[in-house]
Design a protein around this ligand. Structure first.
Ligand code: C2E
Ligand code: CA
Ligand code: CA
Ligand code: CA
Length: 275
């Protein structure tokens, strides 16, 4: 009986935790509906460097939410909340307009490609093509300097539909990247049929470099295979000089990570003297 009552206690405790999380989830969703209008959402930019020259050739725009009560809420928490409803389409549109506007306005001084993330639900949105076309028209960013990142997961949900959407986006003159590569179930053989330009190797493959011999072989073969199908490779989550050196040695094209720079506000990006 004792064990049973203790079990019951655990159960009640779990329920309180669960209820709290559900409540926070609902509160965040409610607040997120107004966040864009209230200027609580802003875009941080993380440089992507070309390994052969060390030059910053791109920046990835990453959404930030400064909540009036909770403070900084991470996109790892609020993007999934938005992704459950059509909210992601509104927030995604806001993000794209803000980032293309900001990076476009800095030309020609800041000559970088802007990378922006598309969520799975945005890929399904029939208004996506018009949105991207519209933001390009309204901003000074050339289409060739916009790169949209999609995850394997988003593509694999419906590869045929995804191929159609990606092809239509590509016709606008933008480039496309596969994000978090290695975390999903796609193979390079499947990706070969899609109009992709860039492959981003997920951070989980980079963390234990260069120590893990196994990972060295895996990352090196991903790079070789990606090049064979015409994709340039970005390593994500590079945190040390050793990782950077190894990646350069094994032919990786670009790197992004805290070792180079954390995501920073636009003014900081502009004063960082990008080379
Ligand atoms: P992601 O697209 O894979 O973005 C890279 C994440 O890795 C960012 O986290 C970045 O801050 C972090 N990161 C970069 N370098 C390092 C490093 O060296 N070490 C470590 N530990 N982390 C590093 P962040 O900004 O928290 O974003 C998390 C995820 O939220 C993104 O992952 C992306 O999936 C999503 N997200 C962010 N902004 C947007 C957006 O505008 N739209 C959509 N759909 N998703 C977004
Ligand atoms: Ca990304
Ligand atoms: Ca334009
Ligand atoms: Ca990623």
């Amino acid at each position: 009986y004792q064990a049973k009552s203790r079990g019951g206690g655990c159960h009640a405790f779990f329920d309180v935790g669960l209820r709290k999380r559900v409540q926070r989830h609902m509160d965040l969703e409610q607040d997120l509906r107004h966040a864009a209008r209230l200027d609580q959402l802003w875009v941080a930019y993380q440089p992507v460097a070309e390994l052969s020259t060390g030059r910053t050739v791109a920046v990835e725009g990453l959404l930030r939410w400064q909540h009036p009560v909770h403070g900084a809420v991470s996109p790892g928490e609020f993007i999934p909340v938005a992704e459950e409803t059509d909210l992601i389409n509104r927030i995604g549109a806001h993000m794209l307009r803000t980032a293309t506007g900001q990076i476009g306005a800095e030309r020609p001084g800041l000559d970088v490609v802007l990378n922006a993330n598309l969520s799975p639900r945005q890929l399904d949105d029939p208004g996506l093509h018009a949105l991207v076309q519209g933001t390009l028209t309204d901003s000074a960013l050339p289409a060739g300097d916009l790169c949209l990142e999609v995850t394997e997961e988003a593509i694999m949900r419906d590869p045929t539909a995804a191929a159609r959407v990606l092809n239509s986006l590509r016709e606008l003159g933008i480039s496309l990247a596969i994000d978090d590569f290695g975390t999903g179930y796609s193979s390079l053989a499947q990706l070969r049929r899609l109009p992709l330009d860039i492959l981003k190797i997920d951070r989980s493959f980079i963390t234990d470099l260069p120590e893990s011999g196994e990972l060295r072989v895996i990352v090196s073969s991903i790079i070789t295979m990606a090049h064979a199908i015409g994709l340039a490779v970005v390593a994500e989550g590079v945190e040390t000089a050793q990782q950077l050196d190894l990646l350069r040695d094994i032919g990786c094209d670009h790197a992004q990570g805290y070792y180079l720079s954390k995501p920073v506000p636009l003014d900081e990006l502009l004063t960082s003297g990008l080379t």
